[in-house]
Write a protein that binds this ligand. Sequence first.
Ligand code: CP
Length: 331
Amino acid sequence: MRKSNATIAWRRKDLLDIESLSREEIELILATAESFKEVSRREIKKVPALRGKTLVNLFYEPSTRTRVSFEVAAKRLSLDVINIASETSSVKKGETLIDTGKNIEALKVDIIVVRHNYSGAAAMLARSLRVSVVNAGDGWHEHPTQALLDIFTLKEKLGAIKGLKVSIIGDIAHSRVARSNIWGLLKLGASVKVCAPKILIPAAIEEMGVTVTESLDEAIADADAVNVLRMQFERDSQDAFPKQLEYFKNFGITEERLAKLSKKIVIMHPGPINRGIEMSSAVADGPHSVILEQVTNGIAVRMAVLFLVAQANEYINPTKHFSNPKGENKV
Ligand code: CP
């Protein structure tokens, strides 16, 4: 890992959203992730950075990518990892999120990664606990590490974020991925267009600083990259388009549409993909797609986030688990 001054500038015990981060903080995470990316190319993909600390993955909603990615990232930093799924925990017996969090904290864990269906759940947990809390997606609110890995991938592919034109296509209304991407891209100087059927565009979204269109061809015409969102059938997005084929006809990314463009654009998707609804399989698996590179980059980005919050918490909450070289009680 190359040396960076990341630990000097990061002051947060938690990562809860992108909205509250400064441009410098986002750039710090990206720079730290770049350093950590090299670890995954080694024969022994592990560094002792957080040896002796423990991470709990606390997931109240289904996940493949995010949960496994946090686990892989944590193990590459030598953290011990425990996975808790709400279906098999005492949540089923009626325990509250805060009580669950306090009990996990009492087990002398250092970081809780939480996914929850309520917007604000991660922030509520972070306010109640001294351990670090990382938001792995809260309701419709934010999915900060997804946006960071999307931006990391864009930077890797296109060089710089400043000046890029990025379109976000699909279920904007229900999407925490869209919200986190919009905050992050705008803070780094990109321009963002959102495109969806009217019913899937939240009221006053323009106030975030984006432009809005209902025309897919307009959204992709001059874009450098498009981030295609999943139709969230579990959150009623099908009400907007009862016939999935109709959605695909109007908003699905196809090779034919891409062939009409004057330049090659980058196609992203946070996953899981509904093939034949948001995009064709030919596009998902084709030369424009960086979908699996996003997944790979998620490891380095999450290693960076875990490393930064753990380091900051050593100063904020010195305990017998944390070394406290300066003897200070805050950063
Ligand atoms: N992108 C994403 O959050 O995927 P999972 O739901 O599989 O974690």
